[in-house]
Design a binder for this molecule. Structure first.
Ligand SMILES: Cc1cc2nc3c(=O)[nH]c(=O)nc-3n(C[C@H](O)[C@H](O)[C@H](O)COP(=O)(O)O)c2cc1C
Length: 189
């Protein structure tokens, strides 16, 4: 893997209703050394954040899975991204995405599939997980990619668990994915 350093920071754009997906976003940004851009409770980002996205070599998208897809706040951001879409502003950027939800399955895949479609609509390049799943009898809650996802990191947080109680394996999986997206973006720069 090429370890060239990117001159401009990538971005992690995320929404989190109750702080769980935020922990995942922190882990991804830590791995990638990316700028965190939080979509607020009204589904908005600052003008500075939109400018940061336009300048970024890669964009990593994050949302909790709510009702089988991204939150409405994330979707408001996605619809607002029709403006850079018209201008081809995000074309050929590297994209990735992650999600978190309460159930083991919980339809998280639909959220990741939506993120990859959004990346394709912007004519970007999607980065998959690049790691195998932990799925043997010996597998444990804190293993890497215990959710067995290949499109992007999934975290599973029981409905009554605080953000502090999240699986350390899910968070480490998210961190490693951040490393991977930033390294691939550097290779392509
Ligand atoms: C409106 C709403 C819808 C939800 N829908 C789902 C769902 O479809 N699947 C699931 O597994 N969990 C679902 N959950 C649980 C959340 O995904 C889970 O609590 C998650 O950790 C919240 O992340 P956050 O703290 O970043 O908002 C839902 C929660 C809410 C509030």
């Amino acid at each position: 893997m090429n370890h060239r350093i990117l001159e401009t920071k990538g971005v992690v754009i995320f929404h989190s209703g109750y702080g769980h997906t935020q922990r995942m976003a922190d882990a991804v940004a830590d791995g990638a050394k990316a700028r965190l851009l939080q979509i607020d409770a009204d589904g908005d980002l600052s003008d500075q954040a939109w400018a940061d996205i336009d300048a970024a070599p890669y964009i990593i998208l994050g949302s909790p899975t709510y009702m089988g897809g991204p939150s409405w706040q994330f979707k408001k951001f996605a619809d607002a991204s029709s403006r850079p879409w018209f201008a081809d502003a995000w074309k050929d950027k590297v994209f990735g995405g992650f999600t978190n939800s309460a159930s083991i399955n919980g339809d998280k895949l639909a959220t990741l599939q939506y993120f990859s479609l959004l990346a394709a609509q912007h004519r970007g390049v999607w980065v998959g997980m690049g790691m195998k799943s932990s799925n043997t009898k010996a597998s444990r809650r804190d293993d890497i990619n215990r959710m067995g996802s290949f499109l992007g990191p999934m975290a599973q947080t029981p409905a009554d668990a605080a953000p502090e109680e999240m699986s350390s394996g899910d968070l480490e999986t998210a961190r490693l994915y951040g490393v991977r997206v930033s390294e691939i973006a550097a290779r392509m720069s």
